[in-house]
Design a protein around this ligand. Sequence first.
Ligand code: PMP
Length: 742
Amino acid sequence: MALAVTNAPRFTAAEAMQMAVELYGMRAEAEPLPSERDQNFLLRTESGDRFVLKIANAGERREVLEYQNAAIQRLAERCGDLRFPRMAGPMVSSGGYLVRLFTWVEGTCMARAPRHSEEMLASLGRAVALIDRALAGFSHPAAQRTLHWDIRHADLAREHAHLLPEGRRRIIDAGFAAWEQVDWSALRRGVIHGDANDYNVLIDGDRVVSILDLGDSVETAVVCDLAIAIAYAMLGKPDPVAAARAMVEAYHGEYPLTEAEVDHLWTLAVARLCLSVCYSAHHALTLPENDYLGVTDAPAWTLLERLSEFPEGWPRDVFRRACGFSRGRGAAAIVASRRDHLGASLSLSYRQPLHITHGWRQRLFSTAGRGYLDCVNNVAHVGHSHPRVAEAAATQMRALNTNTRYLHEHLAEYIERLTATLPAPLSVAYLVCSGSEANELALRLARAHTGRDQVIVVDTAYHGNTNALVDLSPYKFNGPGGRGKPAHVHVVPTPDPYRGGFRGPQDVREAAQRAGAVAAFFCESALSCAGQVILPPGYLRDAFDAVREAGGVCVADEVQTGFGRAGSHFWMFETQDAVPDIVTMGKPIGNGHPLGAVVTTREIAQSFANGMEYFNTFGGNPVSCAAGLAVLDVIRDEGLQENARDTGAYLLGRLQELTGRHAILGDVRGRGLFLGIEFVRDRGTREPAAAEASAAVEAMKERGVLLSTDGPLHNVIKIKPPLVFSRSDADLLVRELEEVLA
Ligand code: PMP
């Protein structure tokens, strides 16, 4: 191959003009066009007609060019929807080079289009399909050649992989490893165009009118044509899989793919990119002066690095759905099914609900081929689909899953590890299946310990979905469908430093007096439903003192805030210089596996052990404990608490900068990776800007960033992403938000 490239002709434009006269009797101005192996000139005659003079590589066999001439003629005859060049004279040998003259094809080079719309990409997919269909059944002895750009011969490129640095090598190796698994016998064979890169594609508006240059045409697996087109089309795209999807769907609509072809398509497209960067590495060494050869190298690497972050199986799933090979249903059918068969008390996120099939780290991936930065999912604490958590749970599920009346070391290890994260008095754990179950049990513990009934809660709090917890949740009992505050519940004002209207622990002291026989004070260590409120310093410490003086116990609801999210501490209550009597946990604890926990003091646990057993069928089962252990391991091994501290501080600083430029941002607050942005219409009156906040959330979704609103006034954008959230994610979030606000 290197030989072929080095044998590329090196004529000047003047020599090309001379050739045109001598070989074809044509007087014309010549202008060089880009090419890898050959040399092409645009000829412009005096009358304004345009032609292409193609001077083939000296190493090119006549038979190969005859084959290309035949292929192009077939396309011109059978592919009426597209334009193809026609031979404007015979093929002639001149000075050891074979020379051809073609008519010029009108159109704009797709590479020069400022943007590739979905329509244009679909048109490209359709054009490749038209070509493949026109070439079906066509054969020529020279098409059987071994071409280094043929994905079937990716092993030729792989020989150069050793030139790549370690990190890149790993990406390439994975691509080639998948390529090795390709079952070529399952793929239709045929002659393909083989080089639908955007420099070869001509457009008219959003419509593809031609795909030029059959120099890489070869007989191989037909689906390689689409794979090559996709590999190029994905370069530089914000959503490469969505771009590919548009092409696959259109191709399939014109010239149906087989199921096996669809299943191999992604592997082949990635292999083509791997092949391309291997040759670039080789050329950088052997032909450093040939710029054309490295033209896709930088974007190919950017793309390959991004693709390597995509979840395994996601692009294939997207393609299968696009071609109707999936058993999965479309969004509309799922919405209909939910409407008919799911209790209606549950709303969907976003005006156009998202159909998500895969998650990976801090990103979610949709059936439309789009990736989203997930800034709100605090359940996928250590990252969506973390392999260590998935593996731990799956391995245990294959071995055993039972209730906790048998001995199992996972349970013992888990409760030791969990209680070790807490201050000494908090040493006894109960394992349950949700945050609600945890708070429900906490209430029973408090009542059993105090023999009392009354409970103090913070206004706009939410503690869970059971009967008893709806009663403890002003967010629910004062909200739509709520039945108001029950007699045993006492509500203190939200200690919201931005909106004020509270007096701090004094409110709790007075509520305790009002309550008389107070059993418990429930409070989140930072307030979620209240609108991502960071408590005033020492609020919990002093409120806990007041409650204890009144004989009650203090419950810290860490369902949203625990497990390192605070950054500076593992538990958010620690930032308040407070030690609760009971801590409740949920959401992040199992990274999505339904797990919850209550940890309390020995004394309280003793009071609860009054003869009535607490049995929880699923709570603390070996699978849950395996997941919980893996979460603790990952938080430690990946330094996620430290990342919450550093990235959280960075993001808070960047968001606070925005407040200087955008008056609608009334307040930006946060601790670690628990942040809130409060939207107001007027900074003086603090009139809430709920519609604006939710419009911003919708606009951010369109830009690929997932957020949501919260707070009693629905005007706070909450940010509580998986703890693997990075600085560059923070930059992306701020950049997009700034544009949306502008
Ligand atoms: N406490 C708080 C603070 C919560 O946010 C939630 C859930 N949103 C719960 C308890 C209840 O947890 P679950 O939904 O797992 O029952």
